[in-house]
Design a protein around this ligand. Structure first.
Ligand code: ZN
Length: 601
């Protein structure tokens, strides 16, 4: 296959939006600020509080608290992946200080779907909150159980589980009536949540998109939500707010492209995708059977997810099609499909290892086909670019979305946000689950389709928005704690800003350790101070500088102790840190972390 053959991506004409007179009328009626009706049965002091603990200023760490009187419902417990200036941090979880002491009021934790930015923090947070009831659909619950077991063996037994068998299920949790609705998203069993209270009805799709041509079901409409009791509060994941394409590729088109690539391949086909793309993996498995090719899966999370989906009966896996990766050599290359993780360029994931030549069983040949069936997660752009460059060096057929539509996003675009607003017609709009700028752009889209500015709230993490029984909602002046809680190895929250600053300083200019032995009786320096430098200068080439440092350290100690004991360690250390720090900066314009160690003998 010649790479120029596959560059002919179909360009669609940009269609103008259909606007019917009826729709305009509706939009006009809907534009009026809402009139709040008094609810006769409820007490005046009762109100609904919406408190996002994460996910309002970043992608990930999604978690929202809903409080009505003494009843608390939580939606999602996600993780956020660390940024570049957080060396050594594994991930970040929501701060739950606000919930401490209120554990007994938690009526349930609902999980919208099984992506890690929605369930990843569950093992830690559920334990901290004394295992309140959790609510979700089958796959979501299975993924949570697996995550708990991976974290602490035996902990899944402690879960108090309510499974949502159908979107017609209804639950009463304290003052909250909970119901559900179908959403379109890139993982199976994603579900939207409706929380009905006397002060308002919250509608939250979790993550969502609008798929115009799904393969396995009818397109999902959100219009029925407009009939929910007012005031309707729509909390909408808004990651696509800046995506102004008019039409997105459909699932059907994407699969047609992937199938064509598989059919035409003269070598191996290697498909990198997210491990949670279970439906996509299932589809490729079925297609492989049809064209008599074998599929090997690689990547722990991918194999685990497929296993779970198979057990639930969500995908069909034929025993002759799926083969272990260590058996691919038994078949000709053009009969092999490998589906693996690592399309984000993660250093130790499968795709990176294949490209680096480190994979035990998979070696790339020029005539193989590599398909990136994934989007680039914000923040990973440079790593993915490097991965692509390396692939293009080794392989003639690298296909990604810039070349051909081989991935559909699980997230909406700007048109979809306008469309869902027209369908649901909320009284209040709260864009959520994204960086601040996404939320602001989504707010603009809402005004474009006729919503009144005063009915749109862009909250921060920790904001408290109150909906009373009567009158307008009010944003509390004070926020609840929402600072980062870092997870590093087995430690949760023990790495704070101080530790992180140290790591940043060391990463920036290295570390300079000075070990001084001081006579406790006389206060004199014994021997020459020892120096260890890491990431700052190469010691052998800087003998003169090190000599000067040693002299200075002796002077500092001498000056501080006046050659008399007992010595004040803290005082000496501080002097060494300051003066040597300044000296090194004057010589090198670098600021390594200076660590003085005093040994008294
Ligand atoms: Zn998701």
């Amino acid at each position: 296959m010649n790479p120029t053959q596959i560059t002919a991506r179909r360009r669609r004409p940009i269609r103008t939006l259909k606007s019917s007179a009826r729709q305009t009328d509706r939009a006009r009626a809907w534009r009026q600020p809402t009139q709040r009706a008094k609810h006769p049965a409820a007490k005046a002091e009762e109100l609904l509080k919406i408190i996002p603990l994460g996910g309002q200023e970043e992608v990930g760490r999604n978690m929202t608290v809903f409080e009505y009187g003494k009843d608390i419902i939580i939606l999602d417990m996600g993780i956020q992946f660390p940024e570049e200036d957080m060396p050594g941090i594994d991930y970040i979880i929501p701060n739950i200080s606000y919930l401490q002491g209120k554990e007994k009021n938690i009526r349930g934790v609902i999980f919208s779907h099984g992506h890690l930015d929605h369930i990843g923090a569950a093992p830690i947070l559920l334990a901290k909150l004394k295992y309140p009831q959790i609510i979700g659909r089958d796959l979501t619950i299975s993924l949570i159980k697996k995550r708990l077991e991976d974290h602490t063996k035996g902990s899944a037994k402690k879960l108090d589980i309510t499974t949502v068998k159908s979107t017609r299920d209804k639950l009463r949790l304290g003052k909250f009536n909970v119901s559900f609705f179908d959403v379109e998203h890139s993982i199976m069993d994603a579900v939207g949540v409706i929380l009905t209270t006397p002060a308002g009805t919250v509608v939250h799709p979790g993550d969502w998109t609008m798929e115009k041509d799904p393969l396995t079901h009818k397109p999902v409409s959100y219009a029925h939500l407009s009939r929910l009791p007012s005031p309707k509060i729509l909390m909408l994941e808004s990651l696509g707010a800046t995506d102004t394409r008019h039409e997105m590729v459909s699932e059907r088109e994407m699969f047609a492209n992937i199938e064509w690539l598989i059919r035409e391949a003269t070598g191996k086909v290697i498909i990198g995708t997210f491990s949670s793309q279970i439906r996509r993996i299932g589809h490729i498995l079925e297609y492989a059977k049809k064209v008599n090719k074998k599929v090997a899966l690689d990547g722990y999370s991918m194999k685990m997810n497929v296993e779970i989906a198979k057990e639930l009966g969500y995908i069909k896996v034929s025993r002759d099609t799926l083969i272990p990766v260590n058996e691919i050599h038994k078949f000709p290359d053009n009969k092999i499909i490998i589906i693996c993780t690592g399309a984000q360029g993660e250093g130790n994931a499968v795709l990176s290892r294949i490209i680096a030549g480190d994979h035990k069983f998979i070696k790339i040949r020029k005539n193989d086909t590599i398909i990136f069936s994934s989007s680039v997660v914000p923040g990973n752009e440079r790593t993915v670019q490097r991965l692509k460059d390396n692939m293009y060096r080794q392989c003639d057929n690298v296909v990604h979305n810039e070349i051909m539509d081989v991935h559909t996003s699980g997230h909406c675009n700007a048109q979809n946000i306008k469309e869902i607003l027209r369908q649901v017609r909320p009284d209040y709009f709260l864009p959520v689950y994204g960086n601040h700028y996404f939320l602001k752009e989504a707010a603009k889209l809402a005004t474009e389709v006729g919503m009144h500015k005063s009915n749109i709230f862009v909250l921060d993490n920790g904001s408290v928005l109150e909906f009373p029984l009567q009158g307008e909602p009010k944003l509390q002046a004070k926020k609840v704690p929402s600072s980062y809680v870092f997870v590093d190895g087995l430690g949760v929250g023990d790495v704070g800003q101080v530790v992180l600053r140290d790591r940043q300083a060391m990463a920036q200019d290295g570390m300079f350790v000075i070990i001084v032995t001081v006579d406790a009786q006389t206060g004199q320096v014994r021997n020459s101070p020892d120096i260890i430098s890491r990431g700052f200068i190469y010691m052998r080439e800087n003998k003169e500088l090190l000599y000067q440092v040693r002299q200075k350290v002796k002077d500092i100690v001498h000056h501080a102790t006046g050659d008399r004991g007992p010595i004040n360690q803290d005082f000496i250390k501080e002097n060494i840190r300051d003066k040597i720090g300044q000296f090194l900066y004057s010589k090198t314009e670098r600021r390594p972390m200076v660590l003085p160690v005093i040994i008294e003998v």
